[in-house]
Design a protein. Structure first.
Lengths: 173, 175
């Protein structure tokens, strides 16, 4: 078993055996909530928006609990949330464009400002794909399923994202 | 750039991104589910609230100062070209990481231990804790740190509820 397979197995829950049970839902999903909010802060750059999207995703996940296949609850929750986040960003950009303002980024990390700036320069989908791949260890195929894009598109995002981060962090050799 | 360099870069990037995400705010509570009341999660912990609040106040300032120094200006100890490049300490238990560090001459280590439940709030405040000690804790996910100017090493150990580990050891059982 590869490390990725081991990781996937460790993520597996028994949720499929407890459909419709709010306690089972909370037990399976709640432990991922704080990390989901953090991930959304990195994707959206805005703490308040991240909290709103996470809450919406949590409630949508609860309403869809009986349709969850019981395999990887974290990937399933992140999929719901990231799709909501992308929709939110599209709406926000249209609105900001209409009133002639630039995109706000209200959370910033003073400890590693170079990385935060480099990450912020990527578009949200590339940023999400990179985080899912580099931090979480999901494969390009898994990310493609989560973000509803072909695997090749994910490969392209990750490749360009890595190159951009290396360049912006001064690591291009 | 060689394949090896890319591997080390990815490990460094993974560690930095995981640390960045760990610092992002994530204390918001999930909403109450429709048709049910939120459980009284503070029923037991309220008795300990004064002590916990004191602990949070006492540790947060120091933690912020050290975390702010963790990455900026100091390359990760496992980065390419650094003494322990590719060591994969994130897959070790804290005592094993300490032994590994000692075997390579790093005996002056500041262990920063992140604990608590990120989902909990006490009197509206973040209830997670951050403490520093000279000896490694028995358990927790190691987040490899940096070598500071004085030759000491700072290492983070994540013991928080829901902690997942970083890099190759993401999702593995907590050592």
């Amino acid at each position: 078993m590869t490390s990725i397979e081991t990781t996937a197995a460790a993520r597996t829950t028994r949720a499929a055996a407890s459909k419709g049970d709010p306690d089972a839902f909370e037990a399976a999903v709640r432990p991922h909530y704080a990390n989901l909010v953090r991930r959304l802060v990195l994707v959206l750059g805005d703490e308040r928006d991240a909290e709103d999207i996470a809450q919406d995703a949590y409630l949508r996940a609860f309403r869809s609990w009986d349709r969850f296949d019981g395999t990887d609850v974290r990937a399933w929750l992140y999929t719901i949330a990231l799709r909501l986040a992308f929709n939110h960003l599209r709406g926000r950009r249209r609105w900001l464009s209409a009133i002639g303002r630039v995109e706000p980024r209200t959370w910033s990390d003073p400890s590693d400002p170079d990385l935060w700036a480099a990450l912020g320069a990527l578009d949200a989908r590339t940023r999400s794909a990179l985080l899912l791949n580099i931090v979480d260890g999901y494969t390009q195929a898994e990310i493609g399923t989560m973000l509803s894009v072909p695997e090749g598109t994910v490969a392209s995002w990750i490749s360009r994202g890595r190159a951009a981060l290396r360049r912006d962090l001064g690591r291009d050799r | 750039m060689t394949e090896g360099d890319e591997m080390y870069d990815d490990l460094d990037l993974s560690t930095r991104l995981a640390a960045l995400e760990m610092r992002a705010p994530g204390t918001a509570q999930p909403p109450s589910l429709p048709g049910r009341r939120r459980r009284g999660r503070f029923a037991i912990s309220m008795a300990m609230a004064p002590a916990l609040v004191l602990a949070v106040v006492a540790t947060s300032a120091g933690a912020a100062a050290v975390v702010s120094n963790l990455v900026r200006g100091y390359p990760g100890i496992q980065n390419a070209g650094q003494p322990l490049a590719g060591a994969h300490m994130e897959c070790m238990s804290p005592p094993d990481a300490a032994a590994f560090l000692a075997a390579h001459g790093f005996t002056d280590v500041d262990w920063q231990i992140e604990g608590g439940d990120p989902n909990e709030k006490i009197n509206g405040q973040d209830a997670t804790t951050s403490v520093h000690q000279a000896v490694p804790p028995a358990h927790g996910f190691v987040v490899p740190g940096s070598i500071l100017d004085d030759g000491s090493v700072i290492m983070i150990v994540d013991q928080r509820v829901g902690a997942t580990g970083v890099g190759d050891c993401f999702g593995q059982p907590m050592p």
